[in-house]
Ligand binder design. Structure first.
Ligand code: SAM
Length: 259
């Protein structure tokens, strides 16, 4: 019985499951981590391919099932708890990066993305089943209506690749929305390095505060018309018209101004 409060929609479509496992490409050279294993739809085929799989699951009843699962119990390292609070640094192993994946509860997907970006340097790849709309936001280009705060921060840390669209009928119970799988590849070397990511996060949040207003209007407490001129950024544009690179340039300018 699925619990609504934990966002439990279990994957049942074998074709979709094998496509996702293929995209994840499980191996023993990475610390493999699943968020929200549930009844094990992805857990079992992934665990079959490797020696050890770490899972983070909130629901104590599901954790118990996994602990006693005949074929899984010896392969799993189980952490019962909230993935949003989980310190992924504790999973570090010398010389290994993590591959993180999961069919996520959709109500926590945006905060979880932001939480995982904090560990981006230790992560090789992430594969997540998300609400399709969230995948559109993650992968949007400037000028697109889905382009926003999540887009800029995701594309600052990662290359974003939509992998697969998944209909509600692939799950039990069927969710009300369309889903999609996304691949996030954290940059080993960032194309637009930022001096202080807190400054970037604050700038981007402030810029998108009122989507229909201009940059000048949204950022008036941070940047003057002279600053925009120096930056060669047109202050009459709306926040969704500014590239990730331009946001990073503005953030670095703010960092320099403070020094
Ligand atoms: N991976 C399974 C599948 O594909 O069938 C289950 C997917 S279900 C959409 C989401 C899973 O995440 C559930 O098992 C749920 O209990 C778990 N979950 C919900 N909130 C969580 C949280 N904050 N931290 C960790 N797991 C969570």
């Amino acid at each position: 019985t699925a619990r609504k409060r934990f966002g439990q929609n279990f994957l049942t479509d074998q074709g979709v499951i094998s496509s996702i496992v293929g995209a994840i490409a499980p191996d023993n050279n990475h610390v493999m981590v699943e968020i929200g294993p549930g009844l094990g739809a992805l857990t079992e085929p992934v665990a079959d391919m490797i020696d050890n799989l770490t899972v983070v699951e909130l629901d104590r009843d599901l954790v118990k099932r996994l602990q006693y699962h005949p074929t899984l119990k010896d392969k799993l390292t189980i952490h019962q708890g909230d993935a949003l609070q989980f310190d992924f640094n504790q999973l570090q192993q010398a010389g290994k990066k993590m591959k993180v994946f999961g069919n996520l509860p959709y109500n926590i997907s945006t905060p979880l993305m932001f939480h995982l970006f904090e560990f981006a340097e230790q992560i090789e790849t992430m594969h997540f089943m998300l609400q399709k709309e969230v995948v559109l936001r993650l992968s949007a280009s400037p000028g697109n209506k889905a382009y926003g705060r999540l887009t800029v921060m995701a594309q600052y840390y990662c290359q974003v690749v939509p992998v697969l669209e998944v209909p509600p009928t692939s799950f039990t119970p069927a969710p009300k929305v369309d889903s999609a799988v996304v691949r996030l590849l954290p940059y080993a070397v960032k194309p637009w390095p930022c001096q202080n990511v807190d400054v970037l996060r604050h700038l981007v949040t402030t810029a998108f505060n009122m989507r229909r207003k201009t940059l000048r209007n949204n950022l008036k407490t941070l940047l003057s018309d002279d600053d925009f001129a120096t930056l060669q950024v047109d202050a009459s544009l709306r926040p969704e018209q500014i590239s990730v690179e331009q946001y990073v340039t503005m953030a670095n300018f703010l960092c320099d101004k403070k020094d």
